[in-house]
Design a protein around this ligand. Sequence first.
Ligand code: SF4
Length: 310
Amino acid sequence: MTVDIDSRSGFCAGVIRAITKAEECLAKNSRLYSLGAIVHNDAELRRLEDKGMVVISDADLENMPDACDGQTRQHLLIRAHGAPPKTYETLHRKGLLIEDCTCPVVLKLQQDIRASWDEGEGKTQIIIFGKVGHAEVLGLLGQIDGKAPVIENLAALDAGVADGRIDLRKRTVIFSQTTKNPDEYAQVCGRLAERMSAAAGLSPEDFSKSGMLTVKNTICSQVATRHAKLAEFASDHDVIIFVAGKASSNGKVLCDLCRQHNPKTWHIESAEDIDQSWFRPSDKVGVCGATSTPKWLLEQVAQKILQLED
Ligand code: SF4
């Protein structure tokens, strides 16, 4: 049996930046609050919690007392997903020192959504292709007071049209959450263009020149490149061990992609989840993960698989 680790798997630049900032802050302070899990990976979270990081929810934040004189100011980290403006207002009210780790790619997407809304002066419809309730999506919605339907797939697009949340006759700008599947985004945009051109009574050619629909290419380039390469990696191995937290949105998308190209794909969270019955002695095994999977965990998993042969 041979075991290869996908060289492109591991933390993306946004997550590396957030973890580096967290470690720098924890080196100077005994405690750092993180609003939500800094990374969807239990092992990495435990490592940071041992250093003094405390993950809190929005409800925990609301329950904190407001700032008062003489109080020692605590540090709070905004993770790479970003946060809506009202969260920043709450943090200022509570007197917390903000360690803002919003990924620059997400920050630009937030600014672009706000600019499109302002330019459209309320007459342009914004649609977000993303996961309902995901932290990044909530941060995006917050830029425009929640005034955009969020659609997760083709079925949700059709449902949005049927229930009137999506108006096919309105000038529209569509954006994607940074970690969505590029192929699915292309399908959703294609269907939206088809339905809008039919509603306008225009041929596809005339519709594409009409400027009625603007598609913003906002999937993170690190994610888009990974998709193509990961598909090759999955096809090139007998068994794929995909390592990621089950709550990771990007992990789910990438694991599904591996499974499409290799049905012998197993999704695990740590080396303890490995089952010997998944492997044959002659197998070429590929170990890969999401943008939230640390390299050290991939190496630990590869080691554990190799030890099965001993
Ligand atoms: S996936 Fe891309 S956009 Fe998202 S945090 Fe990582 S680098 Fe930033």
